[in-house]
Design a protein around this ligand. Structure first.
Ligand code: GRF
Length: 188
C-alpha cells in the first residue's frame, strides 16, 4: 500500500474527502502524514481526530525555504512517504522537495489551468465573467500552478451564480475528482 502525505494550509475539506474515500476502501492508499504551515488551520484538527501524524511548522522561524523543506523531507522519509498531495498548501514547492519527489508531487487548483493561476482563482473567474471554469489536478514543478495536467473537470457559471455558489460547485467537484485521481496515481 502506497503512503501519501497531504500538505495543507487551511480548512482541509480536500484532505477530508481523500481520507473518507480511503476509509471507504475506494482509494487504496494510506495517509501517513499531514504537513501544515499554519498551526491553527482546520486541517490539523481533522488529522488529529483521525489519528494521523501531523508535521506543523512556522515558516518565519526559518531563514530559508530550503531549511524548512529539509525538515519536511526528513519527516516524509521517516514516515516512508511515496507521494506528496498538495491540498490548499499556499506555498510554492522548492528544489529540496522537488528534487526528492520528482513527478511524485500533485496539486489541485480551482480553475481550468492555464486560466486563472495563483491566488483566488474562483474570484478571478467570477470577475472575468467566464461562463465555464473548473478544477485541475496537475503534477507540481517549480512554477505557480504550471506543471503537466493530469485531469480537469469543468463547471458552468450561470447568471445567478455568485463567487460563493461557484466555490460550492468547485469544492463538490474537487472532493470527487481528487480522491479518484489519487487512487489512479497510487495504483500505477
Ligand atoms: C481548494 O479549493 C484547492 O483547489 C485550493 O485550495 C482549496 C483548499 O480547500 N488549492 P480545503 O482546505 O481543502 O477545504
Amino acid at each position: 500500500m502506497k503512503k501519501i502525505a497531504v500538505f495543507a494550509s487551511g480548512n482541509g475539506s480536500n484532505f477530508q474527502a481523500i481520507l473518507d474515500q480511503i476509509q471507504l476502501g475506494a482509494v487504496k492508499a494510506e495517509i501517513g502524514l499531514v504537513v501544515c504551515d499554519k498551526p491553527q488551520a482546520g486541517v490539523v484538527d481533522r488529522a488529529k481526530s483521525a489519528g494521523i501524524p501531523v508535521f506543523c511548522f512556522v515558516p518565519k522561524e526559518f531563514k530559508t525555504k530550503d531549511e524548512f523543506e529539509s525538515e519536511i523531507l526528513a519527516a516524509l522519509q521517516k514516515h516512508q512517504i511515496d507521494f506528496v498531495i498538495l491540498a490548499g498548501y499556499m506555498r510554492l514547492i522548492g528544489s529540496t522537495l522537488l528534487g526528492a519527489y520528482t513527478n511524485k508531487i500533485v496539486n489541485i487548483h480551482p480553475s481550468l489551468l492555464p486560466a486563472f493561476p495563483g491566488k483566488d482563482a474562483i474570484g478571478q473567474a467570477f470577475h472575468a465573467g467566464v461562463k465555464v471554469t473548473g478544477v485541475t489536478v496537475h503534477f507540481v514543478d517549480a512554477g505557480m500552478d504550471t506543471g503537466p495536467i493530469i485531469a480537469q473537470q469543468a463547471i458552468e457559471i450561470t447568471n445567478e451564480d455568485t463567487a460563493l455558489t461557484i466555490a460550492d460547485k468547485i469544492h463538490k467537484v474537487e472532493h470527487a475528482l481528487y480522491p479518484k485521481v489519487i487512487g489512479e496515481l497510487v495504483s500505477k
